[in-house]
Design a protein. Structure first.
Length: 206
């Protein structure tokens, strides 16, 4: 059984989608802990309803970034975490954690990376930027996490059309449907050992 950790700051719709997928497909993985920088995020209710421990760790309450990273690593190791999934987590993962879990941290981004990524590119900001760019397609990207925002190797992508009449809200709704399809699939590939990294490219094994 593969132990997963989810990191989330908000309502956790992708976290919920992955949980449902794991259960429906009886995959050999389960969430050992949910980590959030917020004390009472909506996603905590999802975790607690499933009997998943909830851990609140706010980087701002620690004396230094290194102290926060060390505490985070201790907690993850205590739960035997093997893969981390970021689901609407708005804080940078400490470099020490990224290095410890290199190639074992997944994130979902609501655009087609490497376009429309980086600091400030989250939520409505992404969709507004896509619409204003004149792009005819957008989509979602599951990628591995490294020390740079939205930079890691791409695992899965799926596109959606961008309509002339779209608003950030209507485009976000269309993209979210894609997120809920491809993120659980990427987690399945991860726990079954079907992701192979070759520099900036990812091979999906049959």
């Amino acid at each position: 059984m593969v132990n997963l950790a989810a990191f989330a700051s908000g309502r956790g719709s992708n976290f919920s989608a992955i949980l449902t997928y794991l259960e429906e497909r009886s995959l050999p993985a389960h969430y050992a802990v949910l980590v959030s920088d917020r004390a009472q995020p909506a996603c905590a209710e999802i975790a607690l309803a499933k009997g998943i421990p909830f851990l609140h760790l706010n980087p701002k309450t620690f004396a230094s970034p290194d102290e926060y990273a060390a505490r985070l690593l201790r907690e993850l190791e205590s739960y035997g975490v093997e893969w981390i999934t970021l689901a609407g987590y708005l804080k940078m993962i400490p470099a020490l954690v990224v290095q410890r879990y290199a190639g074992h941290i997944l994130n979902i981004h609501p655009a087609l990376l490497p376009l429309f990524g980086g600091p400030g590119m989250y939520g409505e900001h992404v969709h507004k930027a896509v619409i204003e760019s004149g792009m005819k397609v957008s989509g979602a990207t599951v990628h591995l996490v490294d020390e740079v925002y939205d930079h890691g190797a791409i695992v899965l992508q799926e596109t959606v059309p961008v309509h002339f009449e779209d608003t950030p809200e209507t485009l976000a709704h269309r993209v979210l449907e894609v997120e809920h399809r491809i993120y659980p699939r990427a987690v399945e590939l991860a726990v079954l050992g079907k992701i192979r990294i070759h520099g900036r490219r990812v091979e999906i094994l049959p």
